[in-house]
Design a protein around this ligand. Sequence first.
Ligand SMILES: [Zn+2]
Length: 116
Amino acid sequence: MNQRDPFTDFQRLSTEADNLAHDLAGFRQELNRVLEQNAELIIENKHLRGRLNELAPSTETEPKPAMLPSRRNLEKLYDSGYHICNMMYGARRENNEPCAFCTNIIYGNNRSHQKK
Ligand SMILES: [Zn+2]
């Protein structure tokens, strides 16, 4: 008859628990990576959508706000730390450094400015 040794059982369970914890840590890391990637894709998607609206304005009649929605999206993206200028389009702004090209696109008055 097989003699049950409580200590051996404990050790076996202990090892299993360790393995489980290890797997769980790896899974959590993977989950974080996916969530991070997802967040970036959401931003990128908004970014591209805004760009698309800019290139092909929708035919739907919508009230014209002071700032175009696409421009506001660009501003949001820029505030999130990405370049929206032609030179560095989509690249991260290192250390949130300001970019004159980006700000010119968002706040530039070359298109929407109306002389009084
Ligand atoms: Zn830029």
